[in-house]
Unconditional design. Structure first.
Lengths: 310, 310, 310, 310
């Protein structure tokens, strides 16, 4: 048994130096945060491993957009599954809109009159929908004939006038999946085009085929979940069906396991399903993603550097 | 200001009698549980109100299947949005499989060998997938030419050999939506047919049109959310776009609001978005759905009776 | 393995009939609620078992006062450990004050001006302190020479002009302990007397001796925890030191286990400490106490009746 | 309104540089973590402000002991309130025992046989009690005649053979309060001496007088809560009674506010009670303390340096 070595703070220590101290403590939130860094590092450095990233929760309204873009640029990620909300927020910012620092106790009625949509204490200007609608309408001819949602999203990324998570996915050819795209602002904009008599095709099962192919052909797989929801579950079912279950797993969530939902389920539960390998390295980190992600990414950058995975 | 009247327990009291006592207390979990009953009753009894029900979390593995079927039969619900998991669990039971009382501390590796998939402390036999695959394959000719996911689900309900939530939705003509159907066992079975060269069409945006139509044409709307995820968000965006926002709201979740995700967001947040009417009656109940739903449904049955909404 | 039998709701069913249905489901929140009833029933009906009740959280502001008094009157409980807050709220109501139904989003600055202390969405009138101070001052001669905090609390109960939890404990001779009494309104009132030059003696270790004696001399022990904090921990350490660890355990809390604090710790953790018997019947119920307690007590009353434990 | 500036990670950035980025994002967990640093810095640098620190939860088993000792040495803290558990863990380590990195899924029955007490995933060797008992017995003559619990704790600190949190409090003359000392291993050891016929005096109300004096004579006050329980509540009631309520507040907890308990209550609730100044700078950070404390302390050290508060 290893003793808990107490964390020692030095003046001016780097994020990774702090994580090394947390690693020596080895227990509870701090120890698990360090373990999340270690496992992420191991899966990224494992050349045989395809890394799947699931994104749920208000990452862009929460200030994580540059980190996500940076993460796509590193080459560390092989496939992304996301909610439609994050795509909407990402595209909105690429079109020049911003999110704002707000107040969780503000009057929602007043915010509604002022045109701000509240995301706990972050505000999204409602005008974002007009900008997106205009963007979709202007580019409709280039967007209408996509075969899969992934191809559609890459096309959006290509057309986006400024840097964005979608643009990085397009440029780096990282497959990005959004199984519930109709449940989002982008989905609504497409539906708006439909309502005008234009034709949009969205073959949900094309994407399923593609993510399955990545999981089936990978020698090894690793999963990183920021939040739960469809993104986590969609990756989990790919792991379940693939011949090899995941060998690395990092989950960051504030949901609890006892109600039994997929979002809060501990990663070890996946072993029963054949989603997670019984010998896998994995950790469940109970932490707000806007705290954990910047720390983990800063520590990884310090360890792995800016160079891309080979 | 109304005083907190302390709950008084009488021997043999009915569920609704207990809820009336909780209503008199008026605060915290107990008070909110009573408020959830009151608001549900009000929206069901309001003839002008269309009631939208969002279903997320392990409701069938958690013993809620009969209540859900019963709820569909009452005529109280006008539209359902669900995860694919609940449809999978529901269909599995209709095909003769059961879920089992398990142990959250069991060895997941051992369960995997025995063919059981763990949902916290409920077990699903993995054989369920074979049964579903067989069912889909046998009925494929009747399933392949659906226009929307909703029509496909109704057809499944029609074909199901025993009573089920889907069958009740079909028989009562309750539109049931599953925006992320590809993220589920049923989705996988369809994909399996595709892999065999069969053609499946799933027009995600047809469903969006239909749920929007219900929201747009309703004089009033009410929402009931068991858990969050895509089901809640999909209904919320219908409320956002409709000319009238929801006038009744009941949310039952164990997720917390501070991380900012849609699942844990308090209903009042929806006022800023135009999803919830500033004058709406609404309540956020922080409770496991497998505790709250049976109590609320028992109290409602006692109040409203078995008669259908007129 | 037992299958999950789905809960079936009948019109007008009693609380215990509903609990029997939840028991048949056997999993997640509903199943655990039923298990909490079963284990409570077993420990109450076990003549050899001494039942320890730990009380934390806003039970009186939450409408639980009549249930607590009723519970003391049943003879089911052999020892109580509580926070000082519950004693303060209980005494305040016995002196004629009430708690009020409030709003979690109210202006706290405004409430302060109006003289109301907020407990999430329950309000306590600040005047309660004057009434208590007056009560303590008037009765000081009878209160000053207590040997232990328990004796002091019984004396308060005896002197209380109306029925109260403390009065019931006094009349039924149920030892009631409050290790952190100085951390409460009652503690402050005593300190106020001290400040006026009066002498108050509080021998903390007398109480420790008494609770240890109960635990040591019991053939068997059972524990019921509403919330965590000092009440739970104080009973847990009595279980730890006693020759026999607890054979029954029911814990009701909303705290989570991962941060490692005593309040959120699962009961099974107590096995390592020798607090809980490895063969004990126990359950962790993740639920707001103001929901769970009325339901459990109603079901128990229906099962055991009003008759006192023999 | 300030826009959410997305966090940008640089290679090798220091903890405080990361916090500055989180500060620019300004929302959700990351933004609140930065705010916790800012407010802590402000209260420490405010020469008129007395800083009260409340300690609850498994800080020593969680690897925080060196940080706590370091924090006492900085001179930033003017009064500490703690659970007895932290004192027990601190003294145990000072006597040469260690905590160990364990497994939350380990067999508690097996751990019990091996003599390890589990604290989620940290293990405490049960032998710690023997060592403490021996230490107390050997030093009993020097410990028996303390006037207050605080004086007793300082004496323990003086006698401790190695550096410890208690020793630092003694040497730096930081008053340290433990209202529920009888609810702890140290309390049990004292009770053991009593059982041997020795006399121990613990005047709970002496401590109340002393903490009140600090709060009453301070020009300004600030509060930092790691966890809730008695430590938070005891400081809160000192704030309530003092003529000036707290002007700075930082709370770090994983408990949620809706059940209404003191531990999970948002700091703003304290405004209604007169515990928190309506104009105070305060923040509620929902985070595991073993993640938040090292980060906050590292950032503060970088900002304020090692020099003591003047």
């Amino acid at each position: 048994m290893k003793p808990v070595t107490h964390i020692k703070i030095k003046n001016g220590m780097s994020v990774n130096e702090l994580i090394r101290q947390m690693d020596a403590s080895g227990v509870l939130g701090g120890g698990r945060l360090a373990k999340a860094v270690n496992i992420s590092e191991a899966m990224i450095n494992d050349r045989d491993c395809k890394v799947f990233l699931g994104l749920a929760g208000p990452l862009v309204p929460g200030g994580m957009r540059e980190i996500l873009i940076d993460l796509m640029e590193t080459g560390w990620i092989d496939a992304v599954v996301t909610t439609g909300a994050t795509l909407t927020h990402d595209l909105g910012e690429a079109l020049g809109y911003r999110h704002y620092q707000g107040d969780a106790d503000a009057s929602d009625e007043e915010l509604n009159k002022q045109g701000f949509d509240r995301v706990y204490e972050s505000y999204m200007p409602n005008k974002i929908y007009e900008g997106m609608d205009d963007f979709i309408a202007r580019n409709f001819d280039k967007l209408k004939d996509f075969k899969s949602i992934k191809d559609f999203l890459w096309k959006i990324g290509e057309l986006t006038p400024a840097k964005s998570m979608l643009k990085s996915c397009f440029e780096k050819k990282i497959p990005i999946f959004c199984p519930a795209i109709s449940d989002s602002g982008i989905g609504l904009m497409l539906w708006g085009q439909l309502a005008k008599g234009r034709k949009v095709e969205a073959r949900a099962f094309e994407d399923l085929k593609e993510i399955m192919d990545i999981a089936w052909t990978a020698k090894k797989t690793g999963v990183i979940y920021l939040g739960g929801g469809v993104p986590k579950n969609y990756i989990q079912q790919a792991m379940q069906l693939a011949p090899n279950s995941a060998e690395y797993g990092v989950q960051i969530t504030m949901d609890r396991p006892e109600p039994g939902g997929s979002s809060g389920a501990e990663l070890k539960e996946g072993i029963s399903w054949g989603k997670m390998n019984p010998k896998a390295q994995y950790v469940d980190l109970i932490c707000d993603a806007t705290i954990a992600l910047p720390i983990i990414f800063a520590a990884l950058k310090e360890r792995i550097g800016n160079h891309q995975k080979l």
